[in-house]
Write a protein that binds this ligand. Sequence first.
Ligand SMILES: Cc1cc2nc3c(=O)[nH]c(=O)nc-3n(C[C@H](O)[C@H](O)[C@H](O)COP(=O)(O)OP(=O)(O)OC[C@H]3O[C@@H](n4cnc5c(N)ncnc54)[C@H](O)[C@@H]3O)c2cc1C
Length: 499
Amino acid sequence: MRFSSILTSFFVFTSVSIATDAQLVPSKANCLVLWAYFPKQVSYAESPAYNTTNSQFWDQTCILSPTCIFYPTSAHDVSIALKYLTSVKGRFAVKSGGHFSIPGYNNINDGVLISTERMKAMTWKAGDTVLELGAGVLWGEAYAKAAEKHKVVVGGRIPDIGVSGFLLGGGLSFIGAEYGFGCDNVVGFEIVLANGDIVYANGSKYADLYKALKGGSSNYGIVTRFDVSAYPDAGGWGGQLLFAIDSNATRERMLDAIADFHINGALDKKTGVIASFLTWPELGLNAFLGNVFYSQSVPTNSPPAALAGLLAVTGTAGLGNKTLGEVVSGTGAGATKGTARNTFHVGSVVATKESIHKVDEIFHAEFAKLANVPGLRTVLVFQAIPPSFVYAGYKNGGNPMGLDASRGTVSWISQSLSWKNAADESKIKLAQRTAKNAYMSWATANGLADKFLYLNDADEFQDVFASYGSENEKFLKKVKKVYDPERVFEKLMPGGYKV
Ligand SMILES: Cc1cc2nc3c(=O)[nH]c(=O)nc-3n(C[C@H](O)[C@H](O)[C@H](O)COP(=O)(O)OP(=O)(O)OC[C@H]3O[C@@H](n4cnc5c(N)ncnc54)[C@H](O)[C@@H]3O)c2cc1C
């Protein structure tokens, strides 16, 4: 009997209800069947392909032991694999750029890891206003492709983030104040649904699914292509600022400048800044790291007014006329991959001078208590989300994230922690929550709390979909019922945020 007919014979089970999590056959057998059908597209433990894929995670705790890795090259391949896996209740996970830092969200033990890394096609369409991106494309590759036509796309701020996870979780880019979130700039998603159907969701066909995918993460299927708007490249200015925080007075001045940027500078839609405080207690390092982009070239001796307050403190060393792709490549230079334990935790406050100072004070006081944890590095990020970010999304049909633009600029606060030993994880996570609860209590008491939790920067205990608001959460659940009635992407794919 040909292997393909072995596979086909499993499809008789496709009407089986996915009522329980129990697999009908072991993962090893599922791998064998996939290998039989796709002999060049399955890798096993200890093979070079497997080892490479299974090391490409930003967080070392995401490196698990999948039984095998399947590499689809098209939506059709994904469809066949999904039909088979659902027919035998086979467990699986999906990985694209591997930048989620929650173990089990993009990898699996005892199951099939579906890696999109061979889905790299990038094609222009609609008179070069839309770039089709295969699900395995990384943002650095997308910027390089867009640059061929002197265009930019609304993508990630380090080059090796995958387009898939980023766009399905929202997508914060350097040019979001002008164009909105990455997901707001997707004009269509090609997606394989739980029953294996391949559909194209856009503003007119499968419009509910289209909207749900803009922030609904991996709940609806495996997306195989994202068609994104591309915009003329007007040049740019920016780079990376690294500035020592050598005294409390310097810290206070820096915090004032960050607050000023949120309240005033961020209203200039051409501006994008990631404002981070780094500490590395073992080395006694305290620094401000600013990743800056202004989407227009400017004379070297006259930086944009929107950034004047920040630059008055830090100076302009490291900044200059650069394309968006060049600035993103520079931002990635400091990012380590698969070498540490990492965890993110997110919150949001209305940006005022007081709220920015308070968050910093609470966070650093909490982590000062853990200064002896081996390898501890802390990063506190302030990310300005001015109203224009949100309005740009409305213009493109809206998303289900429920962001409130009525309160002026909010700051999304990301706590990013790295450390060495597994034994310290619970302490770190507790400190993150303690810090967040304390600054949110303060913000609530002062009328400055914002409920939103950004999915791409959240931890596994944060209820991101509830933070979208009850109507949006209801909408996401309703769409889930239509496109994944058997809850395949919950029962067979254990990882990811579930609606
Ligand atoms: C160093 C660093 C910098 C970052 N910078 C930014 C930034 O500038 N802006 C920002 O918004 N975020 C940023 N993030 C967060 C990042 O956007 C998220 O981690 C995002 O999910 C990564 O996408 P990925 O494809 O690389 O991740 P993966 O880990 O591969 O996937 C993330 C999730 O999406 C699911 N998924 C992946 N592919 C598919 C698919 N094709 N169909 C369905 N589900 C799929 C996975 O199963 C997983 O649950 C950063 C993260 C790190 C670690």
